[in-house]
Design a protein around this ligand. Structure first.
Ligand code: MN
Length: 438
């Protein structure tokens, strides 16, 4: 996917907040969400972020401002979920993006600007919903640094499993408990086995963790029995969001042999409201490189375009706001900062792997990338890595300590792309607060 005028770093919007340095949502971004005015019973509908505002695609679809393929796309976005728009594919997504860019760019004529302004609402006054009806959710495990960090806690002499460098590993997750940012959740109850104990105990999770991930929303699906080839995989990707795969480590490690995670993961997964399209991310592509001494991907996971530009340089951070920090009004503590570019497998390889056996993906399906941990210790995407299994608690700036998450803790994920010569593309935030077990 090449660059075009919608990536021009000089482009500005007549929505002034979109032009502020450091803004997540300049006119080059245009991410999608589903929203309504807060504390109303309005129908949810699609919207696009521009600066501090949301462009209401329901209102826009009812106006005379769009035509042709862009109007068709906006009408599909006026529905309470984006599945039908996601199913349309890259040409429809591009048509709407380019029409919205033309409408929001500085220099659009005054009557059109006035009419578009009438479709804007302040983001501060809206509430969001999960943007798609998620039929299926799959979570991968694609950071070799995360795999080594966690693997060394379980098997110090052999942290990487034999398959890690050959297969993008995943488990089938739970779609029903995916929630949008800002939705609190209860600490899960479950069974855990302490090291050396004669029997497991049932109780509230004692080792609650987060996982810094990106979510991938699937666009057009594939018929069962017909895999998506690596070269076509990105045509099936609508866009990406932030994802927090909350993990109950004590429950997870007791239950996951031999079939994988179950209750340790299925109580809640949080996603950011905004989905950033692959077209918006185009300036931030990098080559896919495998260290020469590592196994090279098998042929079905190897392809020219994936080699040349399959990697995305998305910067990510995790902050923790404790209950006490909230009361004292001290800022959240940053726990880590890394980039998605360190992952062992690309988004296209995840889609190809998911379908190679014949599994059918459907529009609105959600794929988690797996925890994103970079090479340095302070780049780890889960607290179990930062505290080495809870043995080395983190000292927070307000003198609190954390080995794992406590009740009242709010975890805030952020994502953004930034470099000289390109517009900053932000993902906004993904927040979630831990409530006490019931
Ligand atoms: Mn995960």
């Amino acid at each position: 996917m090449g660059l075009n005028h919608t990536h021009d770093p000089q482009a500005r919007s007549w929505v002034e907040s979109a032009n502020r340095p450091g803004a997540d949502f300049p006119v080059q971004n245009l991410p999608f969400a589903v929203f309504r005015r807060a504390r109303t019973q309005e129908a949810f509908r699609g919207g696009v972020a521009i600066g501090d505002e949301v462009l209401d695609l329901g209102a826009l679809a009812a106006s005379p401002l769009l035509s042709g393929e862009a109007l068709h796309g906006a009408r599909l976005c006026a529905l309470p979920t984006l599945n039908d728009f996601m199913a349309q594919g890259p040409s429809a997504w591009r048509a709407l993006r380019h029409a919205l860019f033309a409408l929001l760019e500085d220099g659009v004529d005054e009557p059109r600007r006035q009419a578009a302004r009438a479709c804007l609402l302040p983001q501060a006054g809206v509430e969001f919903a999960v943007p798609a009806r998620i039929g299926d959710y799959t979570d991968f495990y694609t950071s070799i640094h995360h795999a080594r960090n966690v693997g060394s806690l379980l098997q110090p002499d052999r942290p990487l499993t034999d398959n890690f460098q050959w297969i993008p590993i995943a488990y089938h997750g739970r779609a029903s408990s995916v929630v949008v940012s800002g939705t609190p959740f209860r600490r899960p109850m479950g069974q855990a086995m302490a090291a050396g104990a004669p029997a497991p105990v049932y109780g509230p999770c004692a080792r609650l963790d987060y996982e810094l991930e990106l979510g991938v929303f699937i666009g057009p699906g594939n018929p069962q029995g017909r895999p998506i080839a690596l070269a076509q995989a990105e045509e099936h990707v609508f866009g990406m969001c932030l994802l927090n795969d909350w993990s109950a480590r004590d429950i997870q490690f007791w239950e996951m042999a031999p079939l994988g995670p179950f209750l340790g993961k299925n109580f809640c997964t949080s996603i950011s409201p905004w989905i950033v399209t692959l077209e918006a991310l185009a300036p931030y592509r990098l080559p896919f490189e495998r260290p020469p001494l590592d196994p090279q991907p098998l042929a079905y996971l190897e392809e020219k375009s994936n080699r040349e530009q399959g990697v995305l340089d998305i910067q990510l951070s995790v902050c923790l706001e404790t209950q006490r920090a909230r009361v004292d009004k001290t800022p959240p503590a940053q726990l880590s900062h890394t980039s998605f570019r360190h992952q062992y497998w690309t988004v296209a390889q995840l889609v190809a792997q998911h379908t190679v056996g014949g599994c059918n993906l459907q529009p609105g399906d959600l794929i988690g990338t797996g925890t994103i941990s970079g090479p340095a210790r302070e780049e780890a995407g889960a607290i179990i890595e930062l505290t080495r299994g809870g043995r080395e608690p983190l000292a927070l700036p307000n003198a609190e300590q954390r080995a794992f998450l406590e009740d009242g803790d709010c975890v805030i994920l952020r994502g953004w792309c930034e470099k000289a010569g390109a517009a900053r593309i932000g993902f906004g935030e993904c927040r979630g607060e831990v409530l006490p077990a019931r």
